[in-house]
Design a protein. Structure first.
Length: 413
């Protein structure tokens, strides 16, 4: 058996010379050892010292084949908690401290101050209006006559297609298939209930099986791609905004004049004006299609990183709309998130630190009934987004944004 130091040198030289790929180091050593050897090889290749990257201890055996490839260590992100925020949802009920992983100073403080006002006002009422993960394959046909025949054939054969799709999964349920035509191209949008999983992989596997059945059952249908971008995954799109993907969530709160002045040193009218002129007029003038909000992405990204969600899905999960009204002297504020994609099982949710973050919210692992934990998480995230929007709009109205970042985000010590 080659000693570790010798093995590191041998494999580093092989990687540097191109004799082996970095991934092949996994074939030469146990997972933890392979990570150390690969990091050493990258140090030699790059001329860098990677001691900080190597200082984070994880179970790399659990990560291998599940979460990442060519692993050389981990990058720690500061984790804080915002809140508590009072949530009155169909699944989440009570006060919650919300874990947020971020490197942006003032963000957690922003959500905390918004949470303070919402909680003092009786809490955020939250409802999930729609729930379903989608996958959108692209088919091509020889003629529009074939397209016309296919659009008649599809609903008549929906039950048999559903049976094939659902045979691939224990928890996935095919709810619907919508069709969209562009010339001789037909884009289908499969929508599934996926329990407590975010469900993208589940939907992909089930849809692949269904598409094979479609090709066999309809002469002339040819699958071009299992994802034809009608899903629409990890991209901004009007189809997600209009029809939803993942969970469509709405949260609302009414903040009294006294709380507006005490917490924010502002008024309902001032905050309302900022929302209309910034989030609506400004976004429209900038050409925004689905982002009529102040900073959904800030809050969503931090919670996603903390709880093991698919980070790239921040793109569509942070699309949405902030609406305000002045009611008497009070501020009514609501956020609408058409495509919030979250899960409490699968993917990064199984990593120890991320699972602990989920446990802070009482949503680690599968819920009872199935899907209730993912729904609870979505409701809490929506309430946190509401808090972040309320605070940022108020900070802009009272011209406090710069001072807050000076104080909390620019420590030069």
């Amino acid at each position: 058996m080659i000693e570790l130091a010798s093995k590191k040198d041998v494999l580093a030289k092989k990687a540097a010379s191109g004799q082996i790929g970095l991934h092949q180091i996994d074939n030469e050593a146990e997972p933890d050892e392979a990570v150390e050897i690969r990091r050493y090889a990258v140090e030699k290749l790059s001329g860098s010292t990677l001691s900080a990257i190597g200082s984070v201890r994880m179970d790399y055996g659990a990560i291998k084949g599940r979460n990442a490839e060519n692993v050389i260590g981990a990058v720690p992100i500061p984790l804080g908690v915002a809140g508590p925020v009072s949530v009155k949802g169909s699944n989440a009920s009570g006060n919650f401290y919300v874990p947020m992983a971020t490197t942006e100073g003032a963000l957690i403080a922003s959500v905390s101050r918004g949470s303070k006002a919402i909680t003092a006002s009786g809490g955020a009422t939250v409802r999930i209006l729609r729930d379903g993960m989608t996958r959108g394959p692209a088919f091509v046909f020889d003629s529009i006559d074939d397209v016309d025949r296919f659009l008649k054939w599809l609903p008549a054969n929906l039950d048999s297609i559903r049976k094939v799709a659902e045979a691939t999964t224990q928890h996935g349920k095919l709810e619907s298939i919508s069709s969209y035509v562009l010339g001789n191209n037909v884009f289908l949008r499969f929508r599934y209930k996926t329990g407590d999983a975010m469900g993208m992989n589940m939907a992909t596997v089930a849809t692949e099986a269904a598409c094979t059945a479609i090709e066999r059952g309809f002469n002339g249908a040819r699958l071009v791609a299992i994802s034809g971008n009608m899903c629409s995954d990890k991209k901004q799109s009007m189809v997600n905004s209009l029809e939803g993907r993942g969970k469509t969530v709405v949260a609302e709160a009414t903040i009294s004049d006294a709380i507006m002045r005490d917490v924010f040193n502002s008024t309902a009218q001032k905050v309302h004006e900022v929302n209309l002129r910034k989030n609506w007029a400004g976004s429209a003038r900038a050409g925004s299609a689905t982002q009529f909000n102040a900073h959904f992405a800030n809050v969503v990204a931090a919670i996603f990183a903390a709880t093991g969600q698919d980070i790239a899905q921040v793109v569509e999960s942070s699309s949405g709309y902030t609406w305000t009204e002045v009611r008497g002297a009070s501020l009514y504020i609501t956020v609408t998130m058409p495509s919030l994609e979250v899960g409490t099982v699968g993917g990064g949710t199984s990593l120890p630190a991320q699972r602990e973050s989920l446990s802070i919210l009482g949503v680690a692992g599968p819920g009872n009934p199935s899907g209730s934990n993912a729904a609870k998480l979505a409701e809490i995230i929506s309430a946190a987004v509401l808090a972040g929007e309320l605070n940022l709009l108020a900070a802009l109205a009272s011209r406090e944004l710069g001072r807050a970042h000076q104080k909390l985000g620019r420590n030069k010590a």
